[in-house]
Ligand binder design. Structure first.
Ligand code: TYD
Ligand code: MG
Length: 456
């Protein structure tokens, strides 16, 4: 903890979520993180700075009479990126692109910036002009409208933006930017908030779109991008394991589009490549003759994606059996295991259960319930699930299979990728109007029935 001279007023901020506290606390009451509180100087007039999107002249207007802005979105030239944004950038919007260090945020934005026709200003406090140019050449990029500025001081950056008047500004990363008028160190909660608010005001005034890159940090030594989530218009996460080749771009908040869209990329030696058919990618390494493997179709935004759910059940020799859930909510898995135990009479309380969604995807949709149950039971019984079948459905506490949405999309995707059968909740079958794929559709009402029909 940095010591700050006694005379100045200080306060403590959580570097993970930005919660303020008058004294140091070990565990943040808001986000539950440990050891994230840091002492910072208080800015006396910070209360006056509002994160406002526009300035009123003190007169209210009738919404009906307001001339709506034409939605003149402009595109990045990378379809997967545009889709996640909701169809391109809205002028004057501010976008937070957050992700672990080294995941490929700078690469993605550089590729997008170079593909655009509009004037772009790329501000980097992390890499020098030579480093960026090396990457630019290695990626084989060429642009006549992309400008680069290696700078970290906010007012200098603002000056350049005002002079150049670009359509898009990239700040890589917000944690390196600081305002000289504040005494706080770069990367502190106060600096992060004030710099973002200042850039936001400029963005709205000049109708320039700003992408702010933020590193997600675990240690709490520099403040994380979570603090900015409520200020910005759009929050996009770039996820994946840096050791694996694919990356997923996901909108977590979007004032101008859907939050369920995902974009899939592959990291190659010549940069990021869009994956237009993610189902093929996620099923590529699949072995069809193992127990505990189930294919499901999840609808992410407007797009169906086929995935493999893997379950592994082993006897537990020690007191407490282990449960590990990768890619689905841990509590959801616990509930499903209880349903299997109670409604299907399979004793899982003395077994370790490991569950994995391949490809590093995280699924929050309820249609994952039935495939999870099938994967677990398949491994428990050492009995294979039909490898030519796709399974999707919600499971209720009574062991009943409940309806899900977007069944036609799921059927079409499964048919397109050569699957022969798809198992869906019986109650969802009514909404199928036309099944042109020729895939056999099997409706089920109960978990036990699903298991019987899915075993080979
Ligand atoms: P980078 O965009 O610098 O990540 P971030 O800005 O999120 O910190 O990407 C860094 C990683 O990407 C680095 O480990 C190397 C890898 N990479 C490639 O595999 N191929 C490439 O063409 C590029 C530019 C990077
Ligand atoms: Mg970077």
């Amino acid at each position: 903890m940095a010591k700050i001279a006694k005379k100045q007023k200080t306060t403590f901020f959580c570097t993970s979520c930005g919660t303020e506290s008058v004294r140091w606390v070990g565990k943040c009451p808001a986000c539950g993180e440990w050891n994230t509180y840091k002492e910072e100087l208080v800015i006396e007039d910070s209360g006056k700075r509002a994160f406002s999107a526009g300035i009123s002249s003190g007169v209210a207007t009738l919404l009906n009479e307001v001339q709506a802005m034409k939605s003149d979105r402009f595109q990045t030239g990378i379809d997967e990126f545009d889709r996640v944004l909701g169809g391109g950038f809205i002028p004057g919007s501010i976008i937070l692109l957050a992700g672990d260090p080294g995941i490929g945020k700078s690469t993605l934005v550089l590729q997008a910036a170079a593909a655009m026709k509009e004037t772009v200003l790329y501000v980097s406090g992390e890499e020098s002009t030579e480093q960026i140019k090396l990457r630019y050449d290695r990626l084989g990029l060429s642009s006549t409208t992309l400008h680069f500025l290696p700078e970290t001081e906010l007012n200098t950056i603002r000056g350049v933006i005002e002079k150049l008047s670009p359509s898009l500004v990239v700040i890589d990363s917000i944690q390196t930017v600081y305002s000289e008028s504040l005494q706080n160190t770069p990367g502190s909660v106060t600096q992060l908030r004030e710099c973002t608010a200042s850039l936001m005001a400029l963005a709205k005034k000049m109708r320039v779109t700003v992408i702010i890159i933020g590193h997600i940090t675990k240690e709490g030594t520099i403040a994380g991008p979570k603090i900015l989530e409520h200020i910005v218009d759009t929050v996009i996460l770039f996820e994946g394991e840096s050791s694996r080749f694919y990356r997923i771009l996901r909108a977590q908040k979007n004032r101008f589009g859907s939050v369920n869209e995902i974009g899939v990329f592959e990291m190659q030696d010549i940069g990021l490549r869009q994956v237009l058919n993610p189902s093929e990618l996620f099923l590529r390494e699949r072995k069809s003759n193992t127990t505990g493997s189930v294919i499901t179709c999840s609808v992410e935004g407007a797009r169906p994606v086929l995935l493999e759910v893997q379950g592994l059940v082993t006897p537990s020799n020690f007191g407490n059996p282990q449960r590990v859930a990768n890619g689905i909510d841990y509590r959801r898995l616990s509930i499903l295991l209880a349903v299997i135990e109670k409604r299907n009479n399979q004793r899982l309380s003395t077994a370790n259960v490991f569950l994995n969604i391949t490809g590093g995807l995280r699924i929050d949709e309820t249609s994952i319930d039935l495939p999870v149950c099938c994967a677990v039971i398949s491994s428990f019984l050492e009995c294979q699930i039909d490898p030519k079948m796709v399974i999707a459905g919600e499971v209720g506490l009574g062991g009943e299979v409940r309806s899900i949405s977007n069944v036609e999309k799921r059927i079409n995707e499964a048919g397109k990728l050569g699957f022969e059968r798809i198992m869906l909740p019986a109650t969802s079958l009514k909404s199928i109007k036309n099944n042109t794929t020729g895939i056999e559709v099997i409706g089920v009402e109960f978990l036990s029935e699903a298991i019987q029909k899915a075993m080979k």
